[in-house]
Design a protein around this ligand. Structure first.
Ligand SMILES: C[S@@+](CC[C@H](N)C(=O)[O-])C[C@H]1O[C@@H](n2cnc3c(N)ncnc32)[C@H](O)[C@@H]1O
Length: 228
């Protein structure tokens, strides 16, 4: 089993290389909530996949993550792009270091899953805490957009068993709307595809990439959103 926590500490740049092979998501987020002029918070922001495309539109963007190493990559990317409307801070999803009623939009990409997997004994308590924190920080007309995996190497949604209860909870108990999209990886060549998939996913996926000479690896992403 891949040790993702270690990757987020020691191999942030390699994680960024992997996700740079997927399409951008600004259009998907704009369809749910127009981002121009908003105070935005990206929780579990990682290397800035969502932050870097929201920053040009945002009034301000607060970039939070448990890993300082991941935040450093985001900060470098924002500086390189010339943005000045941002700040980064190490924080856990369950205790956001932000004022009540201080944001219009909170985004969370592939990150809440680490607290919400059914392998985590208190996953439901974690979810109550995370959603309560987001609602506390949001203004009355605020919105939440969550992205999570619906399956790697699959053309149609086939989420991991340990995330199914969390996904059902978001819709049935927390009132989120939901849809899914394809977010395929488009690698430069098969050796790169094999190396990057073995780095982050299981050997089974990487072996399939090698055996089938794949450059495009299908990926399904789930999107959940809530307008307060
Ligand atoms: C798969 S990466 C996603 C990064 C980014 N959102 C993206 O879309 O590429 C997961 C990120 O969540 C962060 N993370 C995991 N658990 C967290 C927690 N409890 N609180 C804050 N960040 C967390 C990790 O440090 C990592 O940067």
């Amino acid at each position: 089993m891949t040790d993702h926590a270690r990757i987020y500490q020691d191999q942030a740049e390699k994680y960024q290389l992997l996700i740079s092979k997927q399409p951008g998501l600004v259009g998907v987020m704009e369809e749910i909530r127009t981002c121009k002029g908003l105070d935005i918070v990206d929780i579990g922001a990682g290397t800035g996949r969502l932050t870097t495309v929201l920053a040009p539109q945002a009034k301000s963007i607060t970039v939070l993550d448990a890993s300082e190493a991941m935040l450093q990559v985001t900060a470098s990317r924002l500086i390189e792009a010339g943005h000045t409307n941002w700040s980064t801070r190490v924080a856990d999803h369950r205790k956001l270091p932000l004022e009540d009623n201080s944001a219009d939009l909170i985004v969370a990409g592939w990150t809440i899953c680490y607290l919400a997997s059914s392998n985590v004994p208190n996953w439901k308590e974690n979810m109550y805490d995370v959603i309560a924190e987001m609602k506390r920080v949001l203004r009355p007309n605020g919105s939440i957009i969550i992205f999570e995996t619906m399956g790697t190497g699959t053309e149609f949604p086939d989420p991991p068993e340990f995330l199914k209860a969390y996904y059902t909870w978001l819709v049935e108990e927390a009132g989120f709307s939901h849809k899914w999209i394809r977010l395929d990886y488009e690698f430069d060549n098969t050796p790169q595809a094999e190396e990057l998939t073995r780095f982050f996913f299981c050997d089974e996926v990487a072996n399939k990439v090698r055996e089938q000479n794949l450059i495009r690896l299908p990926e399904c992403a789930g999107i959940w959103w809530l307008h307060l």
